[in-house]
Design a protein around this ligand. Structure first.
Ligand SMILES: [Zn+2]
Length: 412
């Protein structure tokens, strides 16, 4: 059967049909063979299957789980240093997709719509870094590495990447120029802490400024975060395999492109006239055609947050609370232009300057308040009036030359 599957996949690969290339399965198999304890850790931490009683409780459990996210932008070219707006667009996509608020949900066929769930899982950029300093949850790092493979090098500063923030408390997402053949990959629960997280190719991160006509809605990240929350592909990565979820129909293999309902596979194992659930986020359809998680998938994800579960520590994360450390952050430093602002604290206005206090005109800037909301922005300026801001702590993201520097300032 294995040989048959390989031939089958080979046939698919030879066709020109667009195929979502998620590296998670291959990556996980490599990790399992190199880490003898991983399987045991993974199974112990899954907290699955739940008892019948837990399942019933979970359906009515409406508490929202908010996951703090830190984005590691690794850029080699200026274009790879994507804007804060593009990053925020990805967080918004995650929140809509996981919350069943996606505007294209109406495309889900009537036969499958009743299975679609609001997972009550949401995402927010971190406000506090691991040392207690204020942050906007975005790290930008210039790297000499032009492209990256599925080998975790992007997860370590020592190999030109950027070290994970404590994965007990943060979802780490590395955004970098992955090999063309790869859209992204993720760890499953149980991975070693330093590697725990999701990797996404820069040019398909978010849903603005994306040139790909197929992966332009931020759904690669939705899919990979699904893996991070323990979801498998619908076909269980084997011929008519099991994904550990009861309400996703059995499926022979993945679907590509955009299928029409009903997608009946004549050689498949699905007896239902409704066919495959090709519009599930954990299939391989194009971004425009993956639209939903099911209640069963919701349960499988939320089980991780129960006592003893692999992601239970996220609920204790200090990352969305108040900063308590006022020393300068090491995470916002970028090579290239070294921009700072003066005076700080400031009452009426701030000026952008280089290291020797020489005023400099920057390409753009955005000021965020302490809830992460943009409150002021501008282009081609050497400073700005801030008399309209209420006194408090603000973050300013300044784009100059090919770098974006994030600084904190106090409005008196
Ligand atoms: Zn996948």
């Amino acid at each position: 059967m294995k040989l048959f599957l390989c031939i089958l996949l080979g046939l698919f690969a030879g066709q020109s049909i667009a195929q979502r290339n998620c590296g998670t399965t291959h990556y996980w198999q490599e990790q399992l063979s190199s880490d003898q304890q991983l399987k045991a850790r993974h199974e112990k931490l899954q907290h699955y299957p739940p008892s019948k009683k837990e399942q019933e409780k979970d359906v009515t459990d409406l508490s929202v789980i908010t996951i703090p996210v830190v984005i590691h932008i690794l850029y080699n070219t200026p274009a790879e240093n994507i804007s804060d707006e593009q990053i925020r667009s990805q967080i918004e996509v995650l929140n809509r997709d996981f919350g069943k608020q996606n505007k294209d949900f109406g495309q889900v066929p009537a036969a499958f719509a009743p299975f679609a769930a609001d997972t009550r899982i949401q995402f927010e950029l971190a406000k506090v870094d691991p040392e207690g300093r204020a942050t906007n949850g975005i790290i930008r790092k210039k790297t000499t590495q032009a492209s990256w493979k599925q080998d975790d090098m992007m997860k370590f500063s020592a190999s030109g990447g950027d070290d994970a923030w404590d994965s007990r408390y943060y979802l780490n997402i590395w955004v970098c120029n992955l090999n063309r053949s790869l859209l992204g990959y993720s760890t499953f629960p149980g991975a070693v802490a330093a590697k725990d997280g999701v990797v996404i190719r820069t040019d398909i991160f978010g849903n603005i400024n994306i040139s790909s006509p197929v992966y332009n809605k931020g759904r690669t990240t939705t899919h990979e975060v699904g893996h991070w929350l323990n979801l498998k592909h619908l076909w269980g990565d084997s011929y008519c395999g099991d994904d550990g979820v009861d309400d996703t129909p059995p499926q022979r293999t993945y679907n590509s492109g955009c299928s029409s309902f009903p997608q009946i596979d004549p050689e498949g194992c699905n007896p239902s006239a409704d066919g495959d659930m090709f519009m599930n986020f954990m299939d391989f359809s194009d971004d425009a055609c993956i639209l939903m998680f099911t209640y069963g998938q919701k349960q499988r994800m939320r089980n991780l947050f129960k006592e003893g579960g692999a992601r239970a520590s996220i609920l204790q994360s200090p990352a969305l609370g108040q900063p308590w450390n006022n020393t300068p952050s090491p995470y916002s430093q970028t090579s290239g232009a070294s921009i700072h602002i003066f005076p700080n604290p400031a009452a009426s206005g701030i000026t952008f300057a280089t290291g020797d206090n020489k005023p400099v005109i920057v390409k753009s800037f955005i000021i965020y308040n302490n809830t992460g909301k943009p409150v002021m922005r501008g282009n081609n300026s050497s400073g700005t009036q801030i008399t309209g801001l209420i006194p408090g702590i603000y973050l300013i993201s300044i784009e100059a030359e090919d770098t974006i520097t994030t600084l904190k300032f106090v409005k008196k």
